[in-house]
Ligand binder design. Structure first.
Ligand SMILES: NC(=O)c1ccc[n+]([C@@H]2O[C@H](COP(=O)([O-])OP(=O)(O)OC[C@H]3O[C@@H](n4cnc5c(N)ncnc54)[C@H](OP(=O)(O)O)[C@@H]3O)[C@@H](O)[C@H]2O)c1
Length: 249
């Protein structure tokens, strides 16, 4: 655990629910303070912050921002380090994910998918580099095993995550030695949600996973903790956390 007198601080984007929330809970349990970023899930983000603050007072704060708006990205980048006067880790977790079959794909979908998965993580990393550098901190980009091979009917998402993976390597080179930059490429961790917020279960997908089950949020949160807290000599790497899914054709 980090010192309670001067806890380390992490900003996790898209952190109100699902994988982002699990990352927050895991780092918080290690003594970190959390900036819980959200966009539309404000109530869920505030509920998470309340829970964490009940466990340890003044240890979690919510900041709302639309990462597809550059003004919001700049606002988040200035507001986050100001909360506790430091920033030690940025976890670029926020993402949009949906199919974009070629005949129907639109520029709005491009802006949304590339914006949330690539453009915002880049400009957030750029803006927070001085703060992270000061603390010898790190960046974790949540990628996807489909960053290195195409997911059928998800061309724009796959392009955005491929860019995200290259961003991890390129930033690692440029931000060394003060800031480490690594990625995690999840396989099937949680089922995606439909417009009603209900999970869309696919039995076929389970048969493609050698370990035979979904990873669950803790598989990613534990890997984030490993890269942030236990890997001082790892930078520029992207770890697949996929139950062996990427071994299959
Ligand atoms: N789930 C999986 O099995 C899986 C598989 C492969 C990769 N991944 C990757 O793992 C990460 C987390 O996955 P997940 O399934 O937990 O993600 P998710 O629920 O699909 O999305 C996480 C959050 O991203 C935020 N977000 C989306 N667009 C935004 C925008 N324009 N501005 C601000 N926030 C925005 C949303 O926040 P609000 O709700 O507050 O609007 C959302 O709750 C993602 O990077 C995803 O690509 C997940």
């Amino acid at each position: 655990m980090t010192s309670l007198a001067h806890p380390k601080v992490a900003l996790v984007t898209g952190a109100a629910r699902r994988i982002g929330a699990a990352i927050c809970r895991t780092l918080h349990a290690e003594g970190w303070n959390l900036i819980i970023h959200c966009h539309q899930s404000l109530a869920a983000a505030e509920a998470l912050a309340t829970t964490l603050n009940q466990e340890r007072p003044k240890s979690a704060q919510v900041i709302q921002a639309d990462l597809n708006k550059m003004m919001d990205v700049q606002f988040l980048a200035s507001a986050a380090p100001a909360v506790w006067g430091r920033l030690d880790a940025l976890v670029n977790n926020a993402s949009t994910f949906y199919p974009t079959p070629i005949p129907d794909a639109t520029e709005n979908q491009w802006d949304d998918l590339v914006g949330s998965n690539l453009k915002a993580p880049f400009f957030l990393s750029q803006a927070l580099y001085p703060e992270l550098s000061q603390q010898h901190g790190c960046i974790i980009n949540i990628s996807d095993i489909f960053a290195v091979r195409p997911m059928p009917r998800h061309t724009i998402y796959s392009i955005a995550k491929a860019g995200n993976a290259m961003m991890t390597k390129s930033l690692a080179l440029e931000m060394a030695p003060n800031v480490r930059v690594n990625g995690i490429a999840p396989g099937a961790i949680l089922w995606p949600e439909n417009e009603m917020g209900e999970e869309v279960i696919s039995v076929d997908k389970l048969q493609q996973i050698p370990l035979g089950k979904l990873g669950g949020t803790q598989a990613i949160a534990g890997s984030v903790k490993f890269l942030i807290m236990e890997s001082p000599y790892i930078t520029g790497q992207i770890i697949s956390v996929d139950g062996g899914r990427s071994l299959q054709q």
